[in-house]
Structure formats: structure tokens, C-alpha cells
Design a protein. Structure first.
Length: 213
């Protein structure tokens, strides 16, 4: 028998899930709580297999309640499944880091919901189908993040990268031209082989000439 604790601040939501779970022969709802603090106390009292916890609740929210359950050695056998209206990525990551075994969105189909309860009770991690099938946004860096790059943003063709490459080529070309010029911008004279030696010999001959009296 799978023992389930429902933690949600909306009585109508709790009664709906309870009605769905009570029909199943292998699932039993052992307690209900309206906030995270009460849910933590009931989890210590009943030691359920599954704690279905909403995120946004008064007193103690679902993320903090999950963190406290995961940190309590006496509740090591309790698998927390976050059940919320919002399948935002930040909620998913935060809940999993807090120690949740799964994350479900409340628009899940009843048969998928019941299957998820059984999967979590076995100790397997799970995510709602609406989250795992969510398309990733098309961004220039989509390929690096596992998604598809946006049109016109193939690898190496991003506008910023193209501009940087053009600026780099322009700087290199300017340095090459400046290297062939003097400090005042005039082109240096290219010295021929032996030109310095001939100039030195010419100067020595001039010094050896007799000076007029």
C-alpha cells in the first residue's frame, strides 16, 4: 500500500486529489495539511511513502518544507513530489536541488498522475510530461544548450562575432601597414644589402683626404 500525504493550501484541490487517489486499491491518503509547517509535522507523525506538496503556501512554502524533509534522517523514506500550477524551469531546478524526487504540474492527466505516484513510490525520479516535452527557446546559443539555433545564427555566424572578426582583420592590416612606415607616417627606405658598409667606406675616404692649407 502506497501511503500519501497531501500538502496544499487550497481545500478544493486537496479534496479533488484525495477523491482520485482513494479510488485506487494500492494507494491510501493518510493525512492532509494546509501549509508546509503542518505538512512537516504530519510527515513525522505518519511517515508516508509520498508527500505531495504545493509550492506556494503560507507559513512555510513547499520548497522549504521539501528541504526540511530531505534534511531529516527520520524522514529518509519519504519521497517528496512537488505538485504546482507552474512548470517554470526555476521552480523545477529549485525543487530538485531542495531534495524533491519529482515535479508535477496540476494540469497532468489523471492516469499520468496515478502512474507518477507509483513511480515515485519505487524511488525513481520523475518530471511532468509537460516539462520534459517543453520546447527549448531558439537562441543563437541554442545548440550549446541542447536546443536548435535560431535561423541566421549558425555556429560562427553570429553578428557580434562577424563584427569582431572584421575589426580584428582591420587592426592586423593597419599594423602591417604601420610597420612599413616611419614614425611620421612616411614609408621607410628599404636598405639594400651592403649599403651601410659602402656608406662607412665613403666616410673613411673623405676623412683620409688631405685638408687644404
Amino acid at each position: 500500500m502506497i501511503r500519501v500525504l497531501l500538502v496544499d493550501d487550497q481545500p478544493l484541490i486537496r479534496s479533488g486529489f484525495r477523491a482520485l487517489l482513494d479510488i485506487e486499491d494500492d494507494i491510501e491518503v493518510v493525512a492532509e495539511a494546509a501549509d508546509g509547517s503542518e505538512g512537516l509535522a504530519l510527515a513525522r507523525q505518519h511517515l508516508p511513502d509520498i508527500a505531495l506538496i504545493d509550492i506556494q503556501m503560507p507559513v512555510v512554502d513547499g520548497i522549504e518544507a521539501t528541504r526540511r524533509i530531505a534534511a531529516d534522517p527520520a524522514l529518509a523514506g519519504v519521497h517528496v513530489v512537488i505538485l504546482t500550477n507552474y512548470g517554470l524551469d526555476e521552480y523545477v531546478f529549485t525543487a530538485l536541488r531542495a531534495g524533491a524526487a519529482g515535479f508535477l504540474v496540476k494540469d497532468i492527466e489523471p492516469e499520468d498522475f496515478l502512474h507518477s505516484i507509483r513511480v515515485a513510490a519505487r524511488g525513481d525520479a520523475l518530471l511532468a510530461p509537460s516539462i520534459t516535452h517543453k520546447p527549448r527557446p531558439s537562441t543563437p546559443w541554442g545548440a550549446a544548450r541542447g536546443g536548435n539555433p535560431a535561423p541566421g545564427h549558425q555556429t560562427g555566424q553570429h553578428p557580434v562575432r562577424r563584427r569582431r572578426r572584421r575589426e580584428g582583420r582591420r587592426r592586423r592590416r593597419y599594423r602591417g601597414e604601420a610597420g612599413a612606415r616611419g614614425g611620421n607616417g612616411q614609408r621607410r627606405r628599404e636598405r639594400q644589402p651592403g649599403q651601410r658598409k659602402r656608406k662607412r667606406e665613403r666616410r673613411q675616404r673623405q676623412l683620409r683626404r688631405p685638408q687644404p692649407g
